[in-house]
Design a protein around this ligand. Structure first.
Ligand code: ASP
Ligand code: MG
Length: 448
């Protein structure tokens, strides 16, 4: 079969008709783009999130649904088939209205996922028609036919074996004849209920589909020209990176470079599928190619910043020359599904960081966890910290990495340092109010 590229368009890329047309041209210009995965039009999922909450008054529900209708109809009005398309969008919004009413009286996570799925359900239908409008044979496909997950609503886990079988049986034959447009972010459990893979999960969906279809490439089209050496909002010296290895990019995604959903690279790495990240607004400007083998492996590649970190220090004399203490601490964390990011230990204390973003759906460190830890040891919890990750290659084996970094930020109080576990990063914590300054200084020292 000829080359297969899976192309994923993010929310801003499918925000309005102009944006969708630009994406449609990208598909048209390269016939290897045969599977298209879309996010919801920008803003729609955020509106839907409000409807997943309980006790939302009826007038507010109606207002939200109208706002969503407006976003979608603003796109469909430019299309010849708008009546038919509007009819199917209205049907979906009727269904959504019913779910929202149920949810507002008795909220549950299963209905929440059903509600959240409507953005992608609509954008994929519309995008298929936008493709048709420029002469590309685009067809809608419901990803829930293939993306089978468990029932962990809000962060469902995909059954990759089933996905592979389903894709080979159902999707692969279609892709030989037409361009298929499907949804990111959503799936379906064994009981046929809709699930979601977590906010921002469309990138991950696209990577899973690329893997299941043995695709040659995955293209993630977003609103920035690839991955940058650091967040361009922090310093205007930040620049796009042409090429980066899977290992480095995975560290960047994990440590806060918001550009890709952190899990996206896992399927790509497993199956060795190169990932391109570019801007659908400026496709000619190129972007970043992420792949296994790259020509250069500089010591310093980028700096990532993750805000709102919580530092937990547990301390117990019982740790002195004892075994099993850490296991108990981690049992408590595992029970609450908390994932630790950085960790350092001394003889009688352990310091750990937790991601703590506002509005996150992931498990957060709460007072119950702290109380359980307090049964074992003395616990100190500190907020208002930022995690800075300097990412590169062979960092643990290169002379002078530590001194170069810490000399540069002399005068800034570094709260915790992690170095050596990964060849690709050196991470540390600083106070929130010094975070930008830290990144700026490092960026001009390491990338000038
Ligand atoms: N629409 C979903 C969200 O906003 C998924 C995605 O865009 O990747 O989180
Ligand atoms: Mg996204």
């Amino acid at each position: 079969m000829s080359k297969l590229t899976v192309a994923k368009f993010g929310g801003t890329s499918v925000a309005d008709h102009q944006a969708m047309l630009r994406c449609a041209s990208i598909i048209k210009n390269d016939p290897s783009n045969r599977l298209v995965v879309v996010s919801a039009s920008a803003g729609v999922t955020n509106l839907l999130v409000r409807l997943t909450q309980s006790k939302v008054a009826l007038p507010e529900q109606a207002e939200i649904i109208e706002a969503i209708r407006k976003i979608q109809f603003n796109i469909t009005q430019h299309l010849n088939c708008k009546d038919e398309l509007n009819h199917s969008i209205n049907n979906l919004l009727d269904e959504l209205t019913t779910y929202a009413q149920v949810q507002s009286t008795s909220a549950c996570s299963r209905i929440a996922d059903a509600i959240l799925s409507f953005g992608e359900q609509m954008s994929s239908r519309i995008f298929a028609q936008v493709l048709q409008s420029i002469g590309v044979d685009g067809h809608y496909f419901d990803v829930r036919n293939v993306m089978k997950t468990n029932s962990l609503y809000g962060k469902a886990v995909v059954n990759t074996v089933e996905l592979h079988q389903n894709c080979q049986q159902q999707l692969a034959p279609l892709l030989t004849k037409q361009v298929i447009v499907t949804q990111g972010f959503i799936g379906q459990d064994e009981d046929q209920y809709t699930t979601t893979l977590g906010r921002g999960g469309s990138d991950y969906s696209a990577a899973l589909l690329a893997e299941a279809l043995d695709a040659d490439d995955l293209a993630i089209w977003t609103d920035v020209v690839g991955i940058f050496t650091t967040d361009p909002r922090i310093t205007d010296q930040a620049r796009s990176i042409k090429e980066i290895s899977f290992g480095e990019a995975a560290e960047m995604a994990t440590f806060g470079a918001k550009i890709l959903h952190p899990a996206t690279l896992i399927p790509a790495m497993r199956h060795n599928i190169p990932v391109f990240v570019g801007s659908s607004k400026e496709p000619d400007k190129g972007g970043t190619k992420i792949q296994q083998k790259v020509d250069s492996a500089p010591t310093y590649r980028s700096i990532a910043l993750r805000r709102e970190q919580t530092l937990v220090t547990v301390k117990s004399p019982a740790m002195l020359h004892a075994s099993g203490f850490l296991a108990k601490v981690f049992n408590v964390l595992a029970k609450h599904e908390l994932s630790v990011d950085l960790i350092t230990t001394s003889e009688i204390s352990v310091a750990m960081t937790f991601d703590n973003p506002t509005g996150s759906t992931q498990a957060l460190l709460n007072s119950t966890v702290v109380q359980e830890l307090e049964q074992l040891c003395e616990v100190t919890v500190e907020h208002g910290l930022s995690l800075v990750a300097v990412i590169g290659n062979k960092m643990q084996k290169t002379n002078g990495v530590g001194s170069r970094i810490f000399d540069t930020i002399d005068g800034i109080n570094v709260r915790m340092i992690c170095h050596g576990a990964s060849e690709h990063n050196l991470c540390f914590l600083v106070d929130e109010h010094q975070a930008n300054q830290t990144v700026e200084k490092l960026h001009s020292a390491l990338f000038a």
